[in-house]
Design a protein around this ligand. Structure first.
Ligand code: XUL
Ligand code: CO
Length: 439
């Protein structure tokens, strides 16, 4: 079979001094950081939908990129197979070991779900064939339960029981394909699980039904041998005005309320966290402290725009603070999925490679710098010292639960007025981060 990206070589690591646009400057797969290879710290994944599907169409204009990959007509099984060929050539050339997919990224959706499912069987056989002799696997799969008009009122949250059944059918098949392709996880991103107005919405009823669909998915997944994690991917808005999985804290509360917290973890997407008014690091921290960080959708938003721009991550600050959380978490059971797309004006095959080189180098730098911050130790030491008043005396009694409100009130009485609690030293700590980043 002829090469699709014929003028693009396997991307080498050339180091920070290189000016070769088709080389990594920081991502050196075999370099060991804190006792583990970079490639193990950073299980990167290609998002099928953006990399092989998104061709630049926006609200105001048509495709600018050619993603037919040599197929004579888009939206055909010939095109689906061409995408597989392109995807595998791409992953091998950038050195990525995982991919993520929605069911309808893999094949064109037919009117009859039975036909779509036959197509999924056929394409997953072809993907399996392509996987042979490589170490490329699925990171996670998911069902697109938001594109088809039948999901206009949601999937699990739909007012229509028939639509709920269609959602169930898609989840079942997407789980089958995920397991077949060796997937480490299965994602529920809210899609249209949310609402536009409370005037027509029974929120409690809808949330109970979403939980029901998730329980059914867990039961089925376990019955076919899926041992990985299920993930919720929080997002506060878009497409719905109110998305139920607003952020990590909301999603974790939901999972606990409905008894799903043993099977589910979070898939945190940077641009979704910032849409929720948080930093990326905030939603990661909320997940890690609850033992719920599973996987990451690596991208970034634009502070000037209020929507999900899905840009390739290039902020080394964000990537560093992300990797700081990931290292403290002892890594991920999932990976780093580039849920990112080229800008509409970056419309050549070469741009696809530049984008992944940028994303992978940004996270490699983030890893190097996060490890340096941890080894430097000043941040950790400062935080430990900041809470030192709880190590002994009354503070230790509060922590161990060996006190009463009366005892604390009596203690406060003899203090008169307490000292101020000590400077937070934010500017000093920010300068420590800069020093570690730029030295
Ligand atoms: C949408 C989004 C999705 C999920 C998978 O904002 O991030 O692509 O990652 O459904
Ligand atoms: Co995502």
């Amino acid at each position: 079979m002829s090469e699709i990206f014929a003028n693009i070589p396997v991307i080498p690591y050339e180091g920070p001094a290189s000016k070769n646009p088709l080389a990594f400057k920081y991502y050196d797969a075999d370099r060991v950081i804190l006792g583990k290879k970079m490639s193990e710290h950073l299980p990167f994944a290609m998002a099928w939908w953006h990399n092989l599907g998104a061709a630049g169409t926006d609200m105001f204009g048509r495709d600018t990129a050619d993603k037919s990959f040599g197929a004579s007509e888009k939206g055909t099984m010939e095109h689906a197979r061409a995408k597989v060929d392109a995807g595998f050539e791409f992953m091998k050339k950038v050195g990525i070991k995982y991919f993520c997919f929605h069911d309808v990224d893999l094949v064109p959706e037919a009117d009859d779900i039975k036909v779509t499912n036959q197509r999924l069987d056929e394409i997953s056989d072809y993907i399996l064939e392509k996987m042979q002799g490589t170490d490329i696997k699925c990171l996670w799969g998911t069902a697109n339960m938001f594109g088809n008009p039948r999901f206009m009122n949601g999937a699990g949250s739909s007012n229509s029981a028939d639509v709920f059944c269609f959602a169930a059918a898609q989840v079942k098949k997407a789980l089958d394909i995920t397991v077949k392709l060796g997937g480490r996880g299965y994602v529920f991103w809210g899609g249209r699980e949310g609402y536009e107005t409370l005037l027509n919405t029974d929120v409690k009823f809808e949330q109970e039904n979403i939980a029901r669909l998730m329980h059914l998915a867990v039961d089925y997944g376990r019955s076919i041998g899926f041992t990985g994690d299920f993930y919720i991917e929080p997002k506060p808005k878009e497409p719905m005005k109110h998305q139920y999985d607003f952020d990590a804290a909301t999603a974790i509360g939901f999972l606990r309320q409905y008894g799903l917290d043993k099977d589910f973890k979070m898939n945190i997407e940077a641009n979704h966290a910032t849409l929720a008014g948080h930093t990326f690091q905030h939603d990661l921290r909320i997940s890690t402290i609850n033992g719920m960080l599973g996987s990451i959708d690596a991208n970034q938003g634009d502070t000037l725009l209020g929507w999900d721009t899905d840009e390739f991550p290039w902020s080394v600050y964000e990537a560093t603070m992300c990797m700081y959380e990931v290292l403290k978490n002892g890594g991920l059971t999932g990976g780093f999925n580039f849920d990112s797309k080229n800008r509409r004006t970056s419309n050549t095959y070469e741009d696809m490679f530049h984008a992944y080189i940028l994303g992978m180098d940004t996270f490699a730098l983030g890893l190097i710098k996060a490890a340096a911050l941890i080894e430097d130790g000043r941040l950790d030491q400062f935080v430990a010292d900041r809470y030192a008043s709880y190590k002994t005396g009354i503070g230790a009694k509060i922590r161990s639960g060996e006190t009463t409100l009366e005892e604390l009130a009596a203690y406060a009485d003899q203090l008169g007025a307490p000292d101020l609690p000590g400077s937070g030293r934010q500017e000093y700590l920010e300068s420590v981060v800069n020093q570690v980043l730029f030295s």
